[in-house]
Design a protein around this ligand. Sequence first.
Ligand SMILES: Cc1cc2nc3c(=O)[nH]c(=O)nc-3n(C[C@H](O)[C@H](O)[C@H](O)COP(=O)(O)OP(=O)(O)OC[C@H]3O[C@@H](n4cnc5c(N)ncnc54)[C@H](O)[C@@H]3O)c2cc1C
Length: 272
Amino acid sequence: MAVTVKTFASAGEAAGAISSDRSARYLGGGTLVMRALNEGDVSISTVVRASDQTLTRIDASGPRITLGAGVTFARILGERDLAFLHAPARSIGGPAVRNMGTVGGNLFAPNPYGDFTVALLALDATVAVQGGFGARDIAIEEFLQSRERQSGALVLSVSCTRPASAEAFRYRKIARIKPKGGSVITLAAHLPVSGGRIAGARIALGSMAPTQIRAKAAERALEGRTLDAANINAAASAAVEGTSPADNALGSAWYRREIVGVHLRRLLSGQE
Ligand SMILES: Cc1cc2nc3c(=O)[nH]c(=O)nc-3n(C[C@H](O)[C@H](O)[C@H](O)COP(=O)(O)OP(=O)(O)OC[C@H]3O[C@@H](n4cnc5c(N)ncnc54)[C@H](O)[C@@H]3O)c2cc1C
């Protein structure tokens, strides 16, 4: 089937094109879209692109950082100001995928992908989207819960607050092939400290449910407490609560449930 490619100079026009045509798909880096097209996905009859430079802008100078949806992982790795996001960016694919794959595309990447999004979820990011209804900001958790319905909207950017210290943000991806490969599970934790106690704990998991989720029971086990062995154990025991992993070629649902607490304990204890 013939595929039409439409390129727009502004993000607004591109958003209009994808919101008015169910068979249109936005092309970010194309690492997943082009694979789908090459495999003969007939649900895509129009590919929409935008050359709008706002989509590739990085604002990393202040306490709140903004990444255009079209920013690639290779660019993030080249920004010293984004050092806290280097581990999640580095954990994605090989060099070719990091050169093409974008932050915006990662929000839509199905399991066993979406690793960068796990980090953004732990950082309580905000997603700026534009659709037929105009532009608006959505909390990333809400965005992910309604991801299927977001497919007619264009993601413009994501923003989040920079963690106060390197200790406050931790990330780990469990994969069978290192350093790349799909996720068996992916974990990220943001643990801001106020007055010596954790205030606003966020723990996010990938490959433990149809989309990335927060481990809210584990967060509650840490909230208002210190990061000592007893509290870490309580959080690790609670990590599996509310999860619904699937079986796939990388691991069974049973195995994922067995290991999620083990890896959360290691992440929180600072163990390799
Ligand atoms: C060999 C290989 C290895 C990979 N390894 C990993 C990995 O280790 N970890 C990982 O997380 N991912 C991995 N991926 C998946 C993928 O490369 C990344 O998730 C990447 O971030 C997707 O971004 P993209 O711009 O290429 O998406 P695209 O292929 O361009 O798009 C993917 C989906 O997102 C939509 N989309 C893209 N940008 C926007 C936007 N701005 N607004 C609205 N919708 C948008 C597209 O319409 C499409 O539905 C891998 C892929 C391949 C092929």
